[in-house]
Design a protein around this ligand. Sequence first.
Ligand code: HEM
Length: 152
Amino acid sequence: MVDDPDSSDPAVTIEAGRLAYRKVVNTTIGLIVADVQSNASGNLSAHFAPLLAEVQANNTTNLAELVDNLTDFFSYNTGGTNAVNTYSGLDMVAAHNPAVNTRMGVKATDANYTKFEGYVGAAAVQNGVAANTQLYTDIVAVLESLRDPIVQ
Ligand code: HEM
């Protein structure tokens, strides 16, 4: 366990592996939002519209929940066995079907998926996960396995 840099309370700790994923998740969301704000081509504003509208209105409750869920998802699927890493959200097909999950603004295309993977890869590199590490390999393996269920 290491000190949780997001808490001013020194008693609050977090697993080092979970912290690494959480950093990558936070950076990924930051990159997605930055592209929406600059209206960059291929940005994912339509998909994340419900979440972005809330954040714009200073309501970050669901954003925090998404960060936690995504961190659980990556930790759990790469072998995190402690209870804190248990993922209990929707399965990937349901989570990315706007008819089931109204938080998914529109369906993701192949191009959207590739764009999303690019954000995650850039976020990993920005957080010091070099491409030749086991952690990076684990992230890529999970990403590669999910294109089919998520693009629907
Ligand atoms: C490796 C690829 C991906 C993974 C592992 C992933 C994982 C997840 C997870 C765990 C959730 C939370 C589900 C829940 O709360 O029950 C979620 C929600 C969501 N995902 Fe993905 N996702 C991926 C790709 C994508 C792509 C490509 C898009 C859009 C282009 C996308 C858009 C969304 C949206 C809009 C939500 C709802 C966010 C909200 O709650 O406001 N995801 N995803």
